[in-house]
Unconditional design. Sequence first.
Length: 351
Amino acid sequence: MDYRRLGRTDLDVSVICLGTMTWGEQNTEAEGHAQMDYALEQGVNFFDTAELYSIPPKPETQGSTEQIIGSWFKARGNRDKIILASKVCGRGGNTWFRDDKSPTRVTRKQIFEAVEKSLQRLGTDYIDLYQLHFPERPMPWGSNPTRFDPAAYKLAGDETAIPEQLDAFAELVKAGKIRHLGLSNESAWGTMRFVTDSEVRGTPRVQSIQNAYSLLNRTFETALAEIALHEQVGLLAYSPLAQGFLTGKYLDGARPAGARTTLFDRGQRYQTAGAEEAIKLYIAVAREAGLDPAQMALAFVNSRSFVTSNIIGATSMEQLKTDIASVDVTLPADVVAAIDVVHQRVGNPCP
């Protein structure tokens, strides 16, 4: 296992991060424990979760993933072996997260409530990396349209200012409840505002940004990669297999039993015009090189200099073993060149 420095902290995290969002929905507590046991044995010391999980989000299962991690910590007594990341919800319409049934916002009150509840579920006194899951302000992110909409921004007008958010996180760092701050689903502008405002105010600096990055979505390279390298705000890449689409299991309309898109029909982000063509081309590159398509896709992400850690997710031990073993795959220069030729042709069909 390779390890990389998390931002400007003193923490070295494994290049593979164990994603956990299926635990409590597609995976049982026992299966989650087995995944954590295996990952730790393979040198993975970095786990990522969120108050939002499990996925798909719903009141009945909210927080279940953190509870499963907490029960594993209690059973194994190994909290000190794991660098743990979790997240607070950004602005959203769901009302089951907060005691007063308010829609989620990034206010001081809500941040503090979210942290306390996560700590209780996780059975720990601190969270190593606490991330803002998605921004307070209106902006395109996730599966939303990629075009920035000034009209939507003007309609909001009441977002919590970034300095106010930083002040709240600073209080939590001072209290020892969180160690470091990270962003997620953030833009280049937003990332630099957090960096510069923290420097001006003397508040804790953001250390990472968790955004989607895969062969089907290399938009991070346009502006954020430069920030990641110059400001040491490294990428925690999520959805590196494009929710499994890059394995080829959904090609030609296939819907394998038990697969996420089969169960929940939430794969529209990877069903855009041109996506299937791109997937077939990347799989052809892998086959020509004698590589497993999933491992090629993951190895490509692992190899990027701006990536701090690659967040994998699996519902079976077979998938988990394949994904973690991508650290042993080094892509030859001709394979990387072939990947870039496909990218030049298809672009980013799934931003």
